[in-house]
Write a new protein. Structure first.
Length: 403
């Protein structure tokens, strides 16, 4: 059996804050200090946070147990509220050691066979609950995974392919042993070619609910969705999607008119983000208009031809990134910002939030961002036109009449 990873208490607390959004504003000010955390959390929040850490980050959870054992006082009562049943071996050992130390100091600690469990701990289902989302691929699709306990034993995992424009594309439901599901989720988070990050389960449910609400009329929902809708697309009222969470957190830091907007343009041109093309019919229309420019019988200078191409692309940006698809693109940038944020790429997260603001408000610069995205999608067409135009210019140079 693999040993739990020691990621350090500050990172473990950040993961707890992401998994427990209701407690996040209390967890983060502690800055990784277990004693500060003790003073900030009330009794019930202490049970939730320490219970989550012992279940998911047992080494960090054990560090807090040791510190709170030293603190004594109210901390002793809080430690006794934790039920060791179902926790990893490392976590159970930390609790046993803490109880032994408390008894040696004269504390009245029940023996293991008489421990009274306080029913405020998360249930087994909540202990196991987890979610993760991938980055958006160039077409705009991403994977989302939700994990929960299976009442018949083991774990249940929902795998959903999501697209802000087309809707819920696929949904599969798997049942397996907990260790197998946890291993899959761990491997998914370590992938380099299609990066993924953890997210609060209710945030992922809010994301799925929003995408389903905007489901393309020509694409029916997967058959499994009606059976599992309440499990994957019914978040508590007021739940924010991952993109909305990062916008709420970083909005005040975003320079939508300057450096962050420029960085967004770099990410698009370097193909680190996007291009998330529109529907095929819209692209085909633009490609045909560009080909018409290339096939023109009137020989013009290279500058005039480029002006014609610019005109076609600029008109296409206005038509494609209108209110509906522009808002879809804004949501995609918001959701991409969350992935960058969780991977500690704050500059790129702010850049994506700036781009989302540009498309949502239809600021003047949405044209440059929209055009950059179209140029990436239409790169083969534009390259072909450039090569053909160069050949035609060389062969027709002597036929040009100049005043």
């Amino acid at each position: 059996m693999s040993q739990p990873e020691d990621i350090g208490l500050p990172e473990a607390l950040e993961r707890a804050a992401a998994a427990l959004p209701a407690d996040a504003d209390t967890i983060r000010p502690a800055n990784g200090d277990p004693f500060a955390l003790l003073s900030l959390l009330d009794a019930e929040a202490s049970t939730r946070v320490l219970g989550w850490l012992l279940a998911h980050e047992p080494i960090a959870g054990g560090e807090i147990v040791n510190a709170w054992t030293d603190a004594g006082g109210d901390a002793t009562e809080r430690l006794l509220r934790i039920d060791p049943g179902g926790l990893p071996k490392v976590a159970r050992k930390a609790l046993r050691h803490a109880h032994h130390r408390l008894r040696s100091r004269g504390e009245s600690i029940p023996e293991p066979d008489r421990v009274e469990v306080v029913a405020t701990l998360p249930t087994v289902v909540e202990d196991l609950e987890a979610a993760s989302i991938s980055v958006l691929d160039p077409g705009g699709t991403r994977m989302a995974y939700l994990v929960e306990s299976n009442p018949s034993g083991g774990a249940r995992m929902f795998a959903a392919a999501l697209d802000e424009n087309r809707g819920l594309i696929e949904l599969e439901v798997f049942s397996a042993g907990r260790s197998k599901i946890k291993k899959f989720m761990s491997e998914f988070l370590r992938r380099k070619d299609f990066p993924a990050v953890e997210a609060p389960p209710d945030a992922v449910r809010a994301l799925i609910a929003r995408i389903v609400a905007n489901q393309s009329t020509d694409r029916p929902l997967p058959r499994a969705f009606s059976e599992w809708r309440t499990r994957i697309a019914n978040p508590p009222e007021g739940s924010l999607t991952p993109g909305e969470l990062v916008r709420e957190t970083l909005a005040a830091e975003v320079d939508a008119d300057g450096e962050d907007r420029g960085r967004a343009l770099e990410l698009v041109r370097d193909q680190k983000v996007g291009p998330w093309p529109p529907e095929r019919a819209a692209l085909q229309e633009v490609a045909q208009r560009l080909n018409d420019v290339s096939a023109g019988v009137v020989i013009v200078s290279g500058g005039a031809r480029q002006a014609q191409i610019d005109s076609v692309l600029d008109e296409a940006v206005e038509q494609i990134y209108g209110a509906e698809f522009g808002e879809c693109t804004a949501r995609r940038f918001d959701e991409t910002a969350y992935v960058f944020w969780r991977r500690d790429r704050l500059q790129d997260a702010r850049a994506c939030l700036a781009a989302a603001t540009v498309f949502r408000n239809r600021d003047t610069d949405f044209r440059s961002l929209g055009r950059a995205m179209l140029e990436v999608v239409l790169a083969p067409v534009l390259k072909s036109i450039e090569q053909e135009s160069g050949d035609r210019d060389d062969s027709a140079e002597s036929l040009l009449v100049r005043p």
